[in-house]
Design a protein around this ligand. Structure first.
Ligand code: BG6
Length: 501
């Protein structure tokens, strides 16, 4: 039984129920599976089903493809329980409902509690569940999934962890990071550890620098209130991007078990060199904010004009960080990571820039531009691209770059599960590999905290960038030498330029 706290909220309709629907359609759910939505709205089971299934805008397309009986059978697996006016009130009615549904459906007392509520309620909900006897694993397993943001700083993340650990063992806690549910993020592990051609070069001897870009084409939309207190560094970098980074930086695990993989990820995150010196932070970090602009003839608001945003806000919608990893493998290799709202294209990619050959036999202009690159596309146009030098036909030995590319869409079995489908299924099966462990989250915050503290200083500039461009124009200055950000296009093989308005 999946018990969703905060079930009347956006996430349930937008992500959870569509993911469950696909799992149901794919016959991944047992017959005994049921969902109990719980929140403070007064709704009947029927009303809840209509809201998140039959009348949900997020399922319309799917519903159109299936017959009514199939939809009804799925919707009938969903139930709803009103929690009254607060989440930390009395859980006796909820407990009775859970026990009744368990008896009627044969759930064997295997429960997942999904907390889609503000993090400030996590401990109170965990406490109530524990007092109601719903966390004991004597009969059936009990797991708790919590959503991001997991903390606002290292101190608050620790507080959340301590709060949950009073009532649940760490092995019962599943901290969701939907980027880990993405097929292409998981493939980082396979690319590295199942190919003998990459791993030998995956180190300071061959890699010049590593670049990660995460760009979105939208602004903060309706989330101005939340975002203004969060900013890009907390919203994307601390969680999703440091998760991707840990998979690039980590040492090979001894096997594919959740604990071995996560042990290596924690070690990787702990090796990030903490930056506390203001002079280092000034040159290694950059924050920016989008300003009003016209994109494809349409006027778009600047961040400060967005609903819920302070008109004098200095919150960053662009964050870029350059840093080093203090271990044998990565010594002196710079990592450049950026994330932003309102860029020219939606894209997430990792670029491994290899060093120039040790001895240049074929002199060529802009040789650095022609160095080998491995580009791993997380989204969209998912795939991998290797850039390598080839001889230009004709006289002499002129070198140009050519592409070797692979696309997920070319695979026969390209039926890629949505991140939430995969993650929900993993939690049901007790596989926490793709969930963040307490020490991982804390190690990530430890790195991010000093940057946030530095950025809270009034003197730190917040650079404006026109919505729809690749961020502050001076952001290339963070790079050493001739390098700068690779500004990717929509397609993996697009050649890059500064701006593709
Ligand atoms: C969320 C952030 O975690 O990830 C959002 O809170 C962001 O601000 C979203 O838009 C991006 O996810 P995706 O899967 O669309 O890249």
């Amino acid at each position: 039984m999946l018990i969703i706290f905060g079930a009347s909220g956006d996430l349930t309709a937008r992500k959870l129920v569509p993911a469950l629907f696909n799992l149901y359609k794919g016959k991944h759910l047992p017959d005994s599976f049921v969902v109990l939505g719980a929140s403070r709205s007064n709704m009947t089971d029927e009303k809840f089903r209509e809201k998140v299934v039959q009348e949900s805008e997020f399922l319309q397309e799917e519903i159109g493809k299936e017959d009514a009986a199939f939809i009804k059978n799925f919707a009938d697996k969903l139930y709803y329980q009103d929690l009254g006016d607060k989440y930390d009130g009395d859980y006796s009615t909820l407990t009775k409902r859970i026990e009744q549904l368990n008896r009627e459906n044969g759930c064997d007392e295997n429960y997942i509690f999904y907390l889609s509520t503000p993090p400030s309620l996590y401990e109170a909900i965990a406490k109530n569940l524990s007092e109601a006897g719903l966390t004991k694993e004597e009969n059936g397993w009990k797991r708790i999934i919590v959503e991001k943001p997991f903390g606002y700083s290292l101190a608050s993340a620790k507080e959340l962890n301590d709060g949950l650990h009073k009532y649940f063992h760490e092995s019962q806690v599943y901290r969701i990071d939907h980027y880990l549910g993405k097929e292409t993020v998981q493939n980082l592990l396979v690319t590295r550890f199942s190919n003998s051609i990459f791993e030998p070069t995956w180190n300071r001897r061959y890699i010049h620098h590593v670049e990660i870009t995460n760009a979105e084409t939208v602004g903060v939309e309706k989330r101005g209130g939340y975002y203004d207190k969060s900013g890009a560094l907390r919203d994307m970098f601390q969680s999703h991007l440091l998760q991707i980074l840990s998979l690039i930086v980590m040492e090979p695990p001894i096997n594919a078990s959740a604990e071995e993989i996560r042990d290596e990820k924690v070690k990787a995150l702990k090796s990030l060199r903490l930056m506390t010196d203001p002079d280092v932070l000034a040159t290694h970090t950059m924050k920016g904010q989008y300003v009003a602009s016209t994109i494809k003839g349409k006027k778009v608001k600047g961040y400060r004009e967005e609903e819920g945003v302070d008109p004098d806000s200095k919150t960053e919608t662009f964050a870029a960080v350059k840093f080093f990893v203090d271990n044998w493998r990565w010594k002196d290799v710079p990592f450049y990571v950026r994330t932003a709202k309102y860029m020219p294209t939606k894209v997430t990619e990792v670029v491994i820039h290899f060093k120039s050959p040790a001895h240049e036999v074929f002199k060529s202009q802009d040789a650095y531009r022609k160095d080998n690159k491995l580009i791993i596309r997380i989204q969209p146009d998912e795939g991998i691209l290797i850039k390598f030098g080839v001889k230009v036909p004709g006289l002499g030995f002129n070198v140009e770059q050519a592409n070797l590319d692979f696309y997920y869409s070319d695979l026969d079995s390209a039926q890629v599960m949505d991140a939430y489908e995969r993650l929900l299924l993993d939690a049901m099966q007790g596989d926490a590999t793709l969930y963040a462990r307490a020490d991982e989250v804390e190690a990530a915050w430890k790195f991010v905290d000093p940057i946030l503290e530095y950025w809270s200083n009034e003197d730190v500039p917040t650079y404006g960038y026109a919505a729809g461009t690749w961020g502050p124009r001076n952001s290339d200055e963070m790079f050493d030498g001739h390098f700068g950000w690779r500004n990717p296009g929509k397609l993996l093989t697009d050649e890059t330029g500064f701006c593709i308005l």
